[in-house]
Design a protein around this ligand. Structure first.
Ligand SMILES: [Fe+2]
Ligand SMILES: [Fe+2]
Length: 269
């Protein structure tokens, strides 16, 4: 990576970090009203969803390893990974605490679940650093959309504490999305044609990690249904806002090279 780009990444990271430190920090112990949890109000579907997202967030070591392997020698991106990892570590902890404190899972069940989930490994879905950066951008926004839908479900069913947890986590995911969008915008400035080709490829082949990590097709289908993400929602709530944030339209994207298309997220169902 050239020096100009490295310096631009650094400035973007400083803005991201300043915003995080000044306005976005939250604390698992003080900022969630655990006392308001009503253990008589369990909801098996919401609990299963929370458990699944707890599981997906638990692959943090794999995500971090990949990120550091690809970007560890780039100061801004390495420091982003360190900060991002701290924030993401709270996401799985908050969901885990929720499941335990609401009485819907015992410690033993949570340890068993962790063992089952972590028997798998997350493998990076793209080869090049630029594709992985674009993938990260898409992944963060998809996660935001998923948590937004879970928050709405929790509110509808009067599970305020869970809704508050999803609000805090979702806010982090949106901040991550914006940082990635800044980096991709810088890559577009640096090499527009190459970045557009990678962007088009990732948009057409994107799958969220849950789809790779959940081996059971029934569990996968149930999860996708409960998140409300299908092909149409993917285009409307994830692809369209991404293009808009990058000041692009779909007409800017090159057509797919033969043999490089796969069904995009959710469309195979
Ligand atoms: Fe997260
Ligand atoms: Fe995130």
């Amino acid at each position: 990576m050239n020096r100009n780009l490295r310096e631009s990444f650094h400035r973007s990271y400083m803005t991201f970090f300043e915003n995080a430190e000044r306005t976005r920090r939250w604390n698992l112990f003080n900022d969630i009203d655990w006392d308001a949890l009503d253990s008589s109000k369990s909801d098996p579907q919401l609990a299963t969803n929370a458990e699944t997202f707890f599981g997906v967030e638990m692959f943090l070591p794999d995500y971090l390893n990949t990120h550091l392997e690809l970007f560890g020698r780039n100061y801004a991106q390495a420091w982003f990974a360190a900060n991002w990892g701290y924030e993401e570590s709270k996401h799985s902890l908050a969901l885990r605490e929720y499941l335990h404190r609401s009485g819907q899972r015992t410690e033993e069940q949570l340890h068993d679940y962790a063992d089952t989930v972590l028997a798998k490994r997350w493998e990076r879905p793209y080869e090049s650093p630029r594709e992985m950066l674009i993938y990260g951008m898409m992944q963060e926004l998809t996660t935001f959309v998923v948590y937004r839908s879970q928050r709405a479900l929790a509110l509808e069913t009067d599970h305020q504490v869970l809704a508050d947890i999803y609000r805090l986590i979702g806010r982090d995911e949106m901040a991550h999305t914006k940082f990635y969008q800044h980096m991709v915008a810088l890559l577009l400035d640096d090499d527009r044609e190459g970045t557009l080709a990678d962007l088009a490829h990732v948009l057409r082949t994107f799958h969220m990690p849950a789809e790779q990590l959940l081996p059971d097709p029934d569990a996968r289908t149930a999860l996708m249904r409960s998140t409300g993400i299908n092909g149409q929602v993917y285009l409307r709530d994830i692809v369209a806002p991404t293009l808009k944030a990058l000041d692009l339209t779909r007409h800017d994207l090159p057509v797919a090279k033969p043999g490089t298309t796969a069904p995009p997220h959710g469309q195979e169902k």
